[in-house]
Design a protein around this ligand. Structure first.
Ligand SMILES: Cc1ncc(C[n+]2csc(CCOP(=O)(O)OP(=O)(O)O)c2C)c(N)n1
Ligand SMILES: CC(=O)[C@@H](O)[C@H](O)COP(=O)(O)O
Ligand SMILES: [Mg+2]
Length: 681
């Protein structure tokens, strides 16, 4: 099985300058690059069609220079895009976008598409506020369609789009580029089943670089590697045809006989039966870095008149040695990096993920029943640390979150305690599995949601802001939001200690803040639960319920209000869903309750606390702060939080305004005051 990014295949001369030496400094500077003759002349796909083969080779090299120079500054998906330079040039030469529609699955590999569709100037602000998004964007270009960065959706879009064109009688081609990793997602197979049945013209380009982050797992990956390692069926047939064609008399009829038994030949030279048995023609495998070969395969597919797969074999990080030699993930999505070495520029720091990974391994040392599951993201989620120490107790299921959850249910039924680690946003697609396959069966499965809350550069489809609302409705599910490293360790242990239902732990992207010890803990039983008091004052004007990583901000807010004479009690519920009973008791002692969460307000912790107070007949006014419902643009995490008013300064100002509007309680000399009316929202 191919393990690295640096599989020994021929490197076209025009690309050699990035591979001459490990420290090859031939990469042009951004300024030189901008002056590059060919790249600056390409503003639309039509410009590609007037270039010669030699010019296109030089253009491919210039695009690689451009990608390395730009992404080294902004960070982004370098490896995937270096791998699709020739493929994308071929696509835009063979098909006529936007009349023909080119869809990119996941969309992280669409930088070259953006470069050749008039957006080179935007790369200085790639994934930054006001700049290009890291994925296709309809607002940026009518060449773009899928904005969702979640994998395995493109074939379903393509199925629908091709049906629409067929029904409307529009002679437009639909092309979907899907990675071998994305192909491990179940939706792809639901789509292939329908695509085969519909028989509409549809070109599926499998961009097979053998990797998601790490080498792609599973039977499909093995099948693709068999195809990769076999000479292309078409090449063999062409060879047979040529040689037989030159044989007088016997030749041509014999070729026809051979062609008639092509099934046998195919199985022999290119076992792609799986696709053909599905009713989808297969073309390839083709060297995805040989642009002319790719164009030839695409033209063949374009003219086929039905669903057809073009299997392109590429290399992630192609043409840039530090990426090709990066065993972890071929520089899949680095932050800013040094061009000479490929090493990240950001100083090392303790990340939330690392704290989780270390504690998971420590727990696994003590408990043989604890196992880990990742959906093709072992390194990014920290499961890799468990995988290295206990390879038999960590499972990479591919980009298959729904399967991951129900497989975890199976593991739990089998007597184990699975820890499923995914990014918060990706668990959305497995809601039904969490609800009915895990929770309804009261199974001990722990979900660890990394990148919870506003993440930033990846934009709205990556924001992990729905989990506390969506999973808060699951009966028997308990959800914790640690505030620092110490509470990650504590709450992870509490979670794996729960055997009668699912648990969720959620924490944001990036570096973990300093530990914030509690002044005291209220409630909690047998080492589980309890609400931590982080700050308090002799006055009890405001109960500030701070969720997870917002704790430091909340304590700063309390300090700001104390300067104005208002007393704020800051509490961290730790387990936020269901709402701890202690919160209701604490609310009774205050004049105003404010909740603060890195998640959508709708159905979030604030709404849940308000409901708890109502149910307990506690009529203290409550205001909730969190992420407004909507599609928030990309930017840095702090920029987006500031846009949402989620900064200490904004929160302090808002709380001051609210508490100032509530009359001070008058000493009880007459009938108890009428119920305080919650301020109009
Ligand atoms: C549902 C979902 N799960 C996980 C991810 C994270 N992710 C982004 S790219 C990627 C690997 C994709 O591999 P592949 O489709 O082969 O594309 P390549 O990067 O190799 O070009 C993963 C797992 C995602 N975007 N969507
Ligand atoms: C495309 C995708 O889904 C991932 O590559 C994602 O961009 C990774 O995000 P982080 O950089 O936060 O790990
Ligand atoms: Mg791949």
């Amino acid at each position: 099985m191919w393990q690295g990014c640096a599989e020994p295949v021929k490197i076209p001369p025009a690309q050699v300058r990035h591979c001459a030496t490990p420290l090859d400094s031939a990469v042009m500077s951004a300024e030189e690059n901008e002056a590059a003759s060919l790249l600056s002349t390409v503003q639309a796909p039509g410009d590609l069609r007037r270039l010669t083969a030699e010019q296109l080779d030089v253009l491919a090299a210039e695009i690689r220079d451009f990608l390395i120079a730009k992404v080294s500054r902004t960070g982004g998906h370098l490896g995937p895009n270096l791998g699709v330079v020739e493929l994308t040039l071929a696509l835009h030469r063979v098909f006529d976008s936007p009349k023909d529609r080119i869809l990119f699955d996941t969309g992280h590999q669409a930088y070259v598409h953006k470069i050749v569709t008039g957006r080179q100037d935007g790369f200085d602000l790639l994934r930054r506020r006001g700049g290009l998004t890291g994925y296709p964007s309809q607002a940026e270009s009518d060449h773009d369609i899928i904005e969702n960065s979640h994998a395995s959706t493109a074939l379903s879009y393509a199925d629908g789009l091709s049906k629409a064109f067929a029904l409307r009688g529009e002679p437009r081609h639909v092309v979907a580029v899907v990675g071998d990793g994305a192909l491990t997602g179940g939706m792809c197979w639901e789509a292939l089943n329908n695509i085969a049945a519909a028989k509409n013209p549809l070109v599926i380009v499998v961009n097979d670089n053998g990797r998601s982050y790490s080498p792609t797992i599973g039977g499909l990956a093995d099948h693709l590697s068999k195809l990769r390692l076999n000479p292309g069926y078409e090449k063999v047939l062409d060879l047979v045809k040529d040689s037989l064609g030159r044989t007088p008399l016997v030749g041509p009829p014999l070729y026809e006989v051979l062609h008639a038994v092509k099934k046998g030949i195919k199985d022999a030279v290119a076992p792609q039966a799986m696709f053909e048995d599905l009713g989808i023609k297969y073309v390839g495998p083709v060297d995805g870095h040989d642009r002319e070969a790719v164009e030839s395969a695409l033209r063949k597919a374009k003219g086929f008149g039905g669903p057809v797969i073009v299997h392109a074999v590429t290399r992630k990080g192609f043409g840039y040695r530090p990426a090709m030699e990066d065993e972890a993930d071929c520089l899949h999505g680095p932050g800013a990096f040094d061009i000479e070495t490929g090493r990240l520029l950001a100083p090392a720091s303790v990340k939330w993920t690392g704290v989780f990974a270390d504690e998971l391994v420590a727990i696994a040392d003590e408990r043989a029943d604890v196992v880990g599951i990742t959906a093709a993201m072992a390194e990014p989620t920290g499961i890799a640390k468990l995988m290295h120490k206990y390879p038999e107790r960590a499972y990479d299921v591919g980009i298959a979150e729904q399967h991951a959850v129900t497989s975890a249910a199976g593991l739990a039924i089998g007597g184990l305690h699975p820890v499923v680690a995914v990014y918060a946003t990706f668990l959305n697609r497995a809601f039904d599995q969490v609800l009915l396959d895990v929770a309804m069966h009261k199974l001990p499965v722990t979900f660890v949601l990394d990148r919870a809350g506003i993440t930033g550069p990846d934009g709205p489809s990556h924001y992990g802001i729905w989990d506390m609302s969506v999973f808060g409705v699951v009966p028997g599910l308990r959800l914790a939001a640690p505030r620092d490293a110490q509470t990650v360790r504590e709450e992870l242990r509490e979670a794996v200690g729960i055997e009668d239902g699912p648990t969720i732990l959620r924490f944001p992207t990036g570096s973990v803040p300093a530990d914030l010890p509690a002044l005291r803990r209220v409630g909690g039983v047998d080492g589980f639960g309890g609400v931590d008091v982080l700050a308090e004052h002799e006055r009890k004007d405001v109960l500030l319920v701070s969720v997870g990583a917002f704790a430091h901000m909340a304590v700063e807010v309390a300090g700001r209000l104390a300067e104005q004479g208002f007393g704020v009690t800051v509490v961290d519920p730790r387990w936020v869903r269901p709402v701890p009973v202690e919160i209701v008791a604490l609310a009774r002692e205050h004049r105003l309750v404010v909740t603060l969460e890195d998640g959508v307000r709708t159905g979030g912790v604030g709404d849940a606390v308000a409901k708890s107070l109502r149910d307990a007949d506690v009529w203290v006014p409550l205001r909730d702060l969190g992420v407004a419902q909507g599609w928030h643009p990309h930017g840095s995490r702090n920029e987006i939080l500031a846009d949402l008013g989620l900064t200490a300064q904004d929160v302090a100002r808002q709380v001051t305004e609210w508490v100032s509007r509530i009359e001070e309680p008058t000493p009880l000399t007459s009938a108890p005051p009428a119920r305080a009316r919650a301020p109009r929202r």
